[in-house]
Design a binder for this molecule. Structure first.
Ligand code: IVH
Length: 697
């Protein structure tokens, strides 16, 4: 899209616009220069995945344009980068016809199917070998885009293939889809392009986590998340979903000058043209191959890579590369003959819902878990599956004895996609949500704005045991030899009934218990002892205050000298802290105004817990003023040791990747954090060795 000289010149121009001393002032003459700069950086970020400026710098440039347009509304153009947002609420999505019906593809499942398809294509064309292009079959929501005179005028869902919903305002939120492109330079007046809208795995996970945090059921797969997002009637929400668009097929073109010849003769060249015009086509993913045997090899290689891709694919699409030959092969009544989809092994399976058990969590939330007939999906056998809450059971229309469709998307925990009411035989039974806690029989309650039923009895055994498990866990007090299994065992035996009892444990009682020798008892004793001096933020997190995760715990720990100082803070004061909103402040306030909790904290202190505040700031050292984050498995140091070294040498630890981060230290299997950091040029990526070299001898 941009050649080397253009990149250098655009980057130099960016610096001038951002200039520390005398940045360029925007005016009516250079406004389009700034827009082109923003389009360039959007393309680097959203299409190429390789930004050249930080998010902050982009925001500075964007604001410059936005403010100027606000003062000069007559200068706003439809394809200005500011015009993606601001549409607000959409009333409804009008029905619109596709220029060409959106047919789907014939499916194939094994080599045999592909050989058959190739044989037919050769027969029909009279050729002895055909050139194919192979590309991923993106697993999202399919759409078509119409551009007229270089401007995006419509984005339409597939609908019934002939007519879909006009979702243009939502499509405009997707930053990898250009609002304008220079089709006219290629003699194109109108063009319809087909593609797929996706939510990548990383964003899907974040989105599902946010649903769970709000007590809502997560979605079964990123495809549903993408399709659902496209139907939201608030463009601001759609924008926040960070959808992506892959464009892979041109279904219609009308020329500006009919007398001029068309330039493009192959599918692969068409993908290149789309890429050059600023679209995220699968140009880089696609392979052009002669003959079906090489195609089969490439498909096999790709299937192995499936889990390493940042987005979901459910197969590959094989297309005849020569567009002339495509036309010659034509269509059946259902499918084009020039393309076929190869479907990877399903990550879906059908099963039967046998019974429902109810689990009570640390916060008293009662979660129904369906026990199902065991089925293998993508290499794991699934026999129980969370069905989240009462509303979810109603929404999915689940009954005991129902046939169900389940899916395991990548590394996401399995979910029920749907029940199959058409297969019911009459013996299926209603799932009746309990009115009382299945553990302590206390009445269950549900808040008006929550979907979750809760046991509010703080002494409910299930909650107590879950709270102890959380307290000793790795990210909390990290009492190594304790672990979930031991906590449950000791709790059932009646030798551990509350969190403070961990520090008043009678080790003599373990002598008679199978599996506990002198060595393991010693280990346990030492681990408990060592945990007494864990940093304050770990204790705050370990207390299991609702909505207080590790990051918030760290923020809180910096604000007080003693944990009981929170007793004196009002909700308003708490809300002044970073990351603490109304909900979190209320929860912290309630926790420290509850007698039982204060009693427990005092008891812990009495038993020798001495949490220390970690000094993040004010230590002068070789790493002063520098911030660090660790990701992946380190080989020489433990993560906690490495973090301590940063702090001891005056450095700061950050909870996530942002433009504030200076160094990301990567170990083995560094995942999404590394990917994200690569997009921010100011972050330096270090190996464990590089990091160790930064430390004083
Ligand atoms: S080509 C006329 N290429 O999968 C043929 N489709 O099962 C146009 N899909 O309907 C489609 N990735 O919604 C094509 N690289 C790709 C694709 C792809 C996903 C979807 C598309 C299609 C369905 C076929």
């Amino acid at each position: 899209m941009y050649n080397k000289e253009q990149v250098i010149s655009l980057q130099n121009s960016t610096k001038e616009w951002l200039g520390e001393k005398k940045p360029i002032e925007i005016d009516s003459k250079n406004i389009e220069v700034l827009r082109d700069l923003l389009r360039f950086h959007e393309h680097r970020y959203y299409v190429e995945n390789d930004p050249l400026i930080s998010d902050y710098e982009y925001d500075m440039l964007y604001k410059k344009l936005e403010e100027f347009e606000k003062d000069n509304p007559s200068l706003i153009t439809k394809d200005s980068p500011t015009q993606r947002i601001g549409v607000g609420l959409i009333k409804d999505f009008p029905k619109t016809q596709h220029l060409v019906p959106m047919l789907s593809l014939e499916n194939s499942y094994d080599d045999e199917d592909l050989l058959d398809w190739d044989r037919k294509a050769k027969e029909l064309s009279g050729l002895s070998e055909i050139e194919y292009s192979v590309e991923p079959k993106f697993d999202g929501a399919s759409i078509s885009l119409i551009y007229e005179n270089d401007l995006l005028i419509k984005g339409i869902t597939r609908g019934d293939g002939e007519t879909g919903d006009d979702i243009t305002p939502n499509i405009r939120q997707i930053k990898s889809i250009p609002l304008s492109a220079e089709f006219s330079k290629h003699n194109i007046q109108q063009i319809e392009i087909r593609g797929e809208i996706l939510m990548n795995k990383n964003n899907f996970k974040k989105y599902n986590d946010s649903l769970i945090e709000e007590g809502l059921p997560p979605l079964a797969n990123p495809r549903n998340a993408a399709a659902g997002s496209l139907r939201i009637k608030d463009t601001a929400i759609v924008s926040r979903r960070n959808l992506e668009g892959f464009l892979y097929h041109v279904s219609y073109i009308s020329l500006l000058n009919e007398n001029k010849k068309e330039e493009i003769h192959t599918h692969s060249d068409m993908l290149k043209l789309l890429w050059d015009l600023g679209f995220r086509s699968p140009k880089k993913e696609m392979k052009v191959l002669k003959g079906i045997n090489d195609v089969i090899d490439v498909i096999k290689d790709f299937e192995k890579e499936r889990d390493h891709l940042p987005y979901e694919i459910d197969g590959m699409v094989i297309k005849v590369n020569d567009l002339g030959l495509q036309e010659k092969l034509g269509m059946t009544s259902h499918h084009p003959r020039w393309a076929i989809a190869f479907k990877f092994k399903a990550r879906q399976a059908t099963s039967k819902l046998l019974s429902v058990e109810y689990q009570v969590g640390r916060t008293g939330a009662v979660t129904p878990v369906a026990k199902i007939q065991a089925v293998p999906i993508g290499g794991v056998t699934v026999s129980s599956i969370s069905i989240h809450n009462e509303d979810y059971i109603k929404e999915k229309d689940l009954k005991l004895g129902d046939h169900i469709l389940i899916e395991r998307s990548g590394d996401v925990i399995p979910q029920i996609v749907k029940s199959m009411p058409e297969l019911r035989v009459g013996t299926e039974a209603e799932i009746v949500f309990p009115k009382n806690c299945p553990i302590c029989n206390h009445k269950l309650f549900k808040l008006e704005d929550e979907a979750v039923w809760r046991c509010v009895n703080l002494n409910c055994k299930a909650q107590v045991v879950e709270r102890i498990i959380h307290f000793v866990s790795k990210d909390a007090m990290d009492i190594k030899s304790f672990g979930e299994a031991n906590v449950r065992k000791f709790f059932d035996l009646g030798i551990l009934k509350s969190i403070p009892e961990i520090y008043d444990f009678d080790f003599n009682l373990l002598k008679d218990i199978e599996g506990f020798g002198i060595k393991s008892i010693d280990n346990l004793r030492n681990a408990i002892e060592a945990s007494k001096t864990q940093p304050l933020h770990r204790l705050i997190y370990a207390l299991g205050i609702r909505f207080v995760g590790e990051t918030t715990a760290k923020t809180l720990a910096q604000k007080v000298n003693n944990i009981l100082d929170f007793q004196k803070m009002s909700e308003e004061e708490l809300m002044k802290l970073e990351d603490v909103g109304v909900k979190v402040a209320k929860s912290i306030y309630e926790f420290f105004n509850n007698e039982d909790n204060i009693f427990m904290i005092n008891k812990l202190m009495e038993l020798g817990i001495k949490p220390h505040k970690q000094q993040h700031e004010n230590i002068a050292g070789t790493l002063s003023g520098q911030s660090f984050l660790f990701t992946g498995t380190l080989s020489k140091l433990k993560r906690s040791e490495a973090e301590l070294m940063v702090e001891k040498n005056g450095g700061k630890l950050l909870p996530g990747v942002s433009s504030k981060l200076n160094y990301l230290v990567t170990g083995e299997d560094s995942g999404s954090k590394l990917e994200k950091a690569k997009k921010i040029p100011s972050i330096k990526i270090l190996s464990e060795e590089d990091f160790l070299k930064m430390l004083p001898l």
